[in-house]
Design a protein around this ligand. Structure first.
Ligand code: ADP
Ligand code: NA
Length: 327
């Protein structure tokens, strides 16, 4: 049997929001105790598929590193590294792109969603899922925690493992999906959409470094409805239900427990309870991020050590790939 290896990546978008934390990062932290080999990559090569400001990107990479560490990623348990510093990702991506047909990529979500917003998307945006496949296969990963929105991209990685193995002999294990979480945190302003960093309304999203006052204000302004009782009914009462989801997740309660704690409260009082749960959970994380941000040398050294470990794993795999394809 194959050694179990986990790979996952996150774009350096700066400090994560509550949706990222509850939908992905919290799970990343708990996986550290379940798998012997885990790689978490800050995928900066993916970031440049859309126009970026270089100084901002550099700052975002360090902010993401600080955030991951503050959320509980332990560099002794997981290899935390910056994708662009392991050039094997780009090289394997090129080789895999030569095994990928153009129509195979056309319907994948990243391209469909993001190219629509621009008149023309870049070739890099189009082949983004091939780079994702390379990220995964480069480490012979067996398990990939992804959000539901990424399942189709993982299918491409599975296909490419199969195609490569078929053409050049068995090398890559088929990577399995580990659904991170089905928990979806919604926008506080429009609970029919998910909480997202690209939401232009700054009151819609809670950043994990928001101050207690900002958190209180955002939750106080969160859209609910005209019923004051707290119930969990995402279809008919998305706003209140979103608060229940957040409360339950932050206080580590089941949804039923969260609703029962709200018994007798109107939504105004409940919002204060939710605020308390969020503030309590995020305060140590925010403080740790602030501490780490002030210690750039430390952050850079953590990433450098992660890069060295990742490269050690990547080099022999790519060497074998090069040989198999005839270089
Ligand atoms: P964004 O939507 O802010 O651009 P990303 O697409 O970069 O976030 O997502 C990074 C990770 O966070 C993914 O695993 C994604 O599934 C998860 N995620 C993002 N937004 C949410 C949300 N609102 N609720 C739950 N998980 C989320
Ligand atoms: Na996104």
């Amino acid at each position: 049997s194959v050694e179990r290896r986990v790979f996952s990546g996150i774009q350096p978008t700066g400090v994560p929001h509550l949706g990222n934390y509850l939908g992905a990062l919290e799970n990343w932290v708990s996986l550290q105790h379940q798998y012997p080999l885990i790689l978490y990559s800050i995928v900066d090569l993916h970031s440049i598929t859309q126009p970026q400001d270089p100084e901002q990107l550099r700052a975002n990479i360090l902010d993401m590193a600080a955030s991951l560490l503050a959320c509980g990623i332990d560099p002794e348990k997981a290899i935390l590294f910056q994708q662009s510093q392991v050039s094997e990702h780009a090289e394997l991506s090129w080789i895999l792109s030569c095994l990928t047909s153009m129509p195979r990529l056309r319907h994948l979500p990243q391209w469909k969603m993001k190219s629509k917003q621009k008149s023309e998307g870049s070739v890099g945006l189009y082949t983004y899922p091939v780079l994702q496949a390379a990220d995964i296969l480069l480490y012979k990963s067996t398990h990939v925690p992804v959000g539901e929105d990424q399942v189709q991209h993982l299918e491409l990685a599975q296909d490419l493992a199969r195609i490569f193995n078929h053409r050049f002999g068995d090398l890559f294990p088929e990577p399995h999906t580990l659904l991170s979480s089905t928990r979806k945190v919604k926008s506080l302003r429009d609970p029919s959409t998910k909480m997202s960093k690209s939401d232009p309304h700054h009151m819609a999203t809670i950043s994990i470094t928001d101050s207690p006052d900002d958190i209180a204000l955002k939750i106080r302004r969160a859209v609910t409805d005209f019923t004051s009782e707290v119930t969990f009914d995402p279809d008919n009462r998305p706003g209140v239900s979103n608060l229940v989801t957040i409360h339950a997740a932050m206080a580590q309660l089941s949804v039923e427990e969260a609703v029962s704690q709200a018994k007798g409260m109107d939504t105004g009082a409940y919002k204060r309870l939710v605020t308390e749960a969020v503030v309590q959970r995020l305060t140590p994380i925010r403080e740790e991020i602030e501490r780490l941000r002030a210690d750039r040398t430390h952050l850079e050294s953590v990433l450098l050590q992660g890069t060295q470990k990742a490269r050690q794993l990547a080099t022999p795999v790519l060497k074998e790939v090069r040989h198999r394809v005839g270089f």
